[in-house]
Design a binder for this molecule. Structure first.
Ligand code: NOJ
Length: 566
């Protein structure tokens, strides 16, 4: 059963389920809620304490479900609300908490409120739910300002009404994702209902999509232009008119009060985790100030190069900043928007981005050059990714696992153009391939596609032939497999008194190319990021190692957990 510990979220191990690609129980090539239920035993064996489910709502899937047509139902491709309830209950029965995605920045153009807005006149209350504006120029033929979309192209789409072209509406992402106007109290009220709807159903937390983008500066002033495209810069910079506006404080405190209202129910605290790329770190920390959100994703780890000095600085920076506000740090190695960690660490340069930043104008050329020219060494990348997993789970705070990381899956870098589905691919004329390569359905068993994802239907994205050896069944019981490593490490983490929330102390007995820290009582972590072998501290006993050791010698790109002599 789920514990009632109110602090469960301070050291949770959260597994991200991307429902389309997790498990396909009805054999239609797309994952579903029944499939998720069928794999809960696997997740329990893995040792995770929570799951985060990416959007499962009714959606035209213009952006993989982040275009929500109904926030209080389940897409029929994925199942039913009753099945979602069963999933929550079955997860709780196994001691696993459930977080789901809240997508408050934008809806789908199929959402009834947006349909009503289109059918209503300019200036109507229906249009006031979104950002409708007249265009510039004599006939209003030009967008209201120069803002660019994060998926490429302008951030404004013109409405074509029965009498021809009329107003424009704002979409930070695809045109099928109109932005809600959070200055409108009716939008606040609509989402209050959504949040309560899911908390009432027993959901333990919400991952807030684009948490730093909800409020827009009312002046809608132009942003500096990217000369390559002639559009305004869409990514964060201090003073940007839509990122990290002061109004977020009010919105977040309001949501926190709703969540706190559930604290006395038997499930313990309901929580939020923000998806926000706000910089600098001191600005992001305002999101987790007392009375605001519980946690925010720490994307620093995701983009940190595999280099001891950079990692240590990144860890310190985050631990210090979070401790100052009393929030736990989250640690993230991957998600459905990022090149899989095995592949990132298998490139000659290991700290390159592939988030939504990667698809904005100012990044397009650098991104394309990087990802499709640099070769990948998957064996090296996997060795490092395994060491990074031990680092992640040894650090104080909450750890996030993106589905398939526990199998050591690489990015699928050679998906044919014809199967690509990411709106970024289409909106950049194919210059950016997008995020499909990390969303390929999981291999569960068998020697050929669909590898137990479904019974025999072709999965919505094709799986590579090399994945036979990476399936969960192939790795089960293999002592050296990545799956076994994750299970072993998470089992130790669950009971070791030094792990989870708390602090660490760096040891300086090793050169700067080695990460070595201790946690009380009696725990040591060592990762060898040098090119040379390193010897374990004397008297230390190995609890788990990310790769083979030669006696007390730790080879390069290998990490160990240690039990230290008293
Ligand atoms: C962040 C999500 O993780 C990503 O998948 C999505 O495309 C954007 N937000 C827009 O919702």
């Amino acid at each position: 059963m789920t514990s009632t510990d109110p602090n469960w979220w301070r050291d949770a191990v959260v597994y991200q389920i991307y429902p389309r690609s997790f498990a396909d129980a009805n054999n239609d090539g797309t994952g579903d809620v029944e499939g998720m239920i069928s794999r809960l035993d696997y997740l329990q064996d893995l040792g995770v304490t929570a799951v985060w489910v990416s959007p499962w709502y009714p959606s035209p899937m213009a952006d993989g479900g982040y275009d929500v047509a109904d926030y209080c139902d389940i897409d029929s491709r994925f199942g039913t609300l009753a099945e979602a309830d069963a999933f929550v209950a079955e997860a709780h029965a196994r001691g696993i908490r459930v977080l789901i995605d809240l997508v408050p920045n934008h809806s789908s153009d199929a959402h009834p409120a947006f349909r009503a807005a289109l059918a209503s006149a300019p200036g109507s209350p229906e249009r006031a739910m979104f950002h409708f504006r007249d265009g510039r120029g004599p006939d209003g033929d030009e967008p209201p300002n120069n803002w660019g979309s994060l998926f490429g192209g302008p951030a404004w789409e013109r409405v074509i009404g029965p009498d021809g072209p009329e107003q424009w509406y704002l979409h930070m992402f695809a045109p099928e994702q109109p932005d809600w106007d959070w200055a409108n109290p009716a939008v606040v009220a609509l989402f209050d209902d959504v949040i309560r709807f899911w908390f009432d159903r027993g959901v333990d937390g919400l991952r807030v999509d684009v948490a730093d983008g909800l409020a827009k500066q009312p002046g809608y002033h132009d942003t500096p232009i990217d000369p390559a495209t002639g559009l305004g810069i869409a990514t964060f910079y201090p003073g940007h008119p839509w990122w990290n506006q002061p109004e977020l404080d009010t919105i977040q405190r309001h949501w926190r009060a709703i969540a706190d209202g559930y604290a006395d129910r038997h499930l313990g605290e309901r929580i939020f985790v923000c998806e926000a790329n706000t910089k600098p770190l001191s600005a992001l920390m305002r999101f987790v100030d007392p009375g605001r959100m519980h946690t925010t994703f720490n994307f620093d780890m995701l983009w940190c190069e595999w280099e001891a000095g950079s990692l240590r600085a990144m860890i310190d920076r985050n631990l210090i900043a979070h401790a100052a506000v009393g929030a736990p740090t989250t640690w993230v190695l991957g998600n459905h928007d990022s090149t899989r960690v095995v592949t990132r660490y298998g490139k000659p340069e290991t700290g390159k981005p592939f988030t939504l930043d990667g698809v904005t104008p100012e990044w397009q050329h650098r991104f394309a050059e990087y990802f499709f020219v640099q070769p990948t060494d998957n064996a090296l990348g996997r060795r490092r990714a395994r060491a990074a997993a031990l680092l992640e789970f040894a650090l104080p705070g909450t750890a996030y696992i993106y589905q398939g990381e526990e199998l050591g899956l690489p990015e699928v870098e050679d998906l044919p153009d014809a199967v690509l589905d990411d709106p970024a691919f289409f909106r950049t004329g194919g210059r950016v391939r997008g995020r499909d390569g990390c969303r390929v359905p999981l291999p569960w068993s068998g020697t050929e596609q669909p590898y137990g994802f479904g019974a025999d239907a072709a999965p919505w994205l094709p799986q590579p032939p090399e994945w036979a050896g990476l399936s969960a069944a192939a790795q089960d019981g293999e002592p050296d497999s990545t799956l076994s490593l994750y299970r072993r490490a998470l089992a130790i983490r669950a009971t070791h008194p030094a792990l989870g929330d708390g602090t660490l102390a760096w040891g300086d007995t090793y050169p700067g190319t080695v990460l070595y820290f201790t946690r009380e009582p009696g725990f040591g972590f060592l990762a060898n990021l040098s090119g040379d072998a390193v010897t374990l501290p004397s008297g230390a006993e190995v609890l788990v190692a990310s790769g083979p050791l030669a006696g007390d010698v730790v080879p390069p790109d290998t990490a160990v957990w240690l039990s230290l002599p008293a």
